[in-house]
Ligand binder design. Structure first.
Ligand code: IFM
Length: 448
């Protein structure tokens, strides 16, 4: 039997928003419309970086199929759509003159959202750094603050009149640590000094753009951070878990909320931070209008004595997992929301990403994904628990609207509510899409 969610829309506050999320490089197709190269294009063309060497050149061909995709979002009953602009599409050289085809494309896309009653939730940076700027040091160069601010202003001046909200960056931990220390994402560095600089310059870039956007009159400005529930693999691994907590969950959040970095992370990073970093902290802690929370899983951490800082590794845990190998732990979401509400008193929070990858197949024209429905159901229960505990949680966005380019994992992992056949590009809504429809559509239709 096809399952439904155990929640009704009426179980959430009247103004609570439901939405679906994507990002530009993961769906649009970077080969179309005069987009400049981003560091992901070059990273993917380097053997060994991406599963089967797959690129985002065509992705879901959203560049040409955006109308069908927006119809599907509206058809599920969502109130809002979280999308991003590809910086390298808009500014092929990273700075300077915008690409006219990109201006026209994002105009059509945003107008298309408004015409369907979908609130446009924009993310300015979801990882498509123009290669021209990567060649100049990218996120390890302090100048990125100015490059990013200028890009943000170009976006605001053209599209700002139609945006419901703007987030500066998506998941700065991935931009900095995963990409410059672990080396799993573009630019694929394994360099603690570049990583420390990027951990700081993502925040100066956020702060520069936030101030400039505000001066320009932009409203509803935020940033999207990723969080995981961290546990020690054994009682002897408490220190390893605390280091991970500081690097992953506390670094960005405490800098933004309190204007300081956690001591446990500074132990390893302070000597690599750029000169004068302390002077940037006041600007970094400028008030936000909202905070986006991406949450997927629990991570178990163990110490690896005798290795360089942070001297930790991840250990496989016993909980049920998604096809990413990620442990499913919905209580971690309510815990995190409660902690964040304490750290940022009164600040509206929004779950900007939550979802699971699964081994989805089309059978007799349908995609049965009961595990995904159960995953979302449990995380919606966690949202309700947080709201009941007093957290000002304002929305929930499922990641992702449709199967797409999962970065270094190519087209291997399916997170979508909509199945995409990467040969024919046909879209097939899964059972989980229908579960959202069932929960959301009656009220959305009466409001439209
Ligand atoms: O696909 C990514 C997305 O780009 C950022 N957050 C996590 C998702 C799943 O890995």
């Amino acid at each position: 039997m096809q399952p439904a969610f155990s929640h009704r829309r009426a179980d959430f506050p009247e103004d609570f928003l439901f939405g679906a999320a994507t990002s530009a490089t993961q769906i649009e197709g970077t080969a179309f419309g005069g987009a400049g190269a981003s560091h992901w294009d070059t990273f993917a063309l380097t053997p060994g970086n991406v599963v089967r060497g797959e690129t985002a050149a065509r992705a879901c061909d959203h560049y040409h199929r955006w109308e069908e995709d927006l119809d599907l979002i509206a058809g599920a009953g969502f109130d809002a759509y979280r999308f991003s602009i590809n910086w390298a599409r808009l500014l092929p050289e990273g700075t300077g003159k915008p690409n006219p085809a990109a201006l026209a494309f994002y105009d059509r896309l945003i107008d298309g959202m408004c015409a369907r009653g979908l609130q446009p939730f924009l993310t300015l940076y979801h990882w498509d750094l123009p290669t021209a700027l990567a060649h100049r040091g990218g996120w390890a160069n302090r100048d990125i603050t100015g490059w990013f601010t200028d890009y943000a202003l170009t976006v605001q001046r053209r599209f700002g009149d139609r945006l419901a909200s703007t987030a500066t960056l998506n998941e700065p931990w991935c931009v900095a640590w995963l990409s410059h220390f672990i080396g799993a994402h573009a630019p694929g560095l394994r360099d603690i000094s570049a990583a420390a600089r990027a951990m700081h310059f993502t925040l100066t870039a956020h702060a520069g753009a936030l101030a400039a956007l505000r001066a320009e009159g932009a409203k509803n400005l935020g940033i999207v951070l990723n969080f995981e529930h961290v546990d020690p693999a054994s009682p002897a691994d408490e220190g390893a878990a605390a280091t991970e907590e500081a690097l992953f969950n506390r670094w960005f959040a405490e800098a933004l909320a309190l204007g300081r970095y956690p001591a446990k992370a500074l132990q390893g990073l302070e000597c690599w931070l750029p000169k004068g970093w302390q002077a940037d902290l006041d600007a970094i802690a400028a008030p936000l209008d909202w905070l986006g929370v991406n949450y997927y899983r629990r991570a178990l951490k163990a110490a690896v004595p005798g290795t360089p800082w942070p001297a930790t590794r991840e250990v496989e845990g016993p909980l049920p997992k998604t096809t990413m190998g990620w442990e499913i732990h919905p209580d971690g979401l309510s815990d995190r929301l409660v902690k964040l509400a304490r750290l940022f008193p009164g600040l509206p929070l929004c779950v900007t990403e939550n979802g699971m990858s699964a081994d989805d197949h089309i059978t007799d024209g349908a995609v049965a994904d009961p595990d995904r429905i159960a995953y979302v159901d449990a995380h919606l229960a966690a949202c309700r628990a947080a709201i009941a505990a007093g957290v000002p949680l304002k929305g929930y966005f499922y990641w992702s609207l449709m199967d797409n380019y999962e970065w270094a994992l190519g087209y291997d992992k399916r997170f979508g509510l909509i199945h995409v056949d990467f040969e024919s590009l046909k879209r097939t809504p899964k059972w989980s899409y229908q579960a959202f429809q069932h929960m959301l559509l009656p009220r959305t239709l009466s409001a439209r």
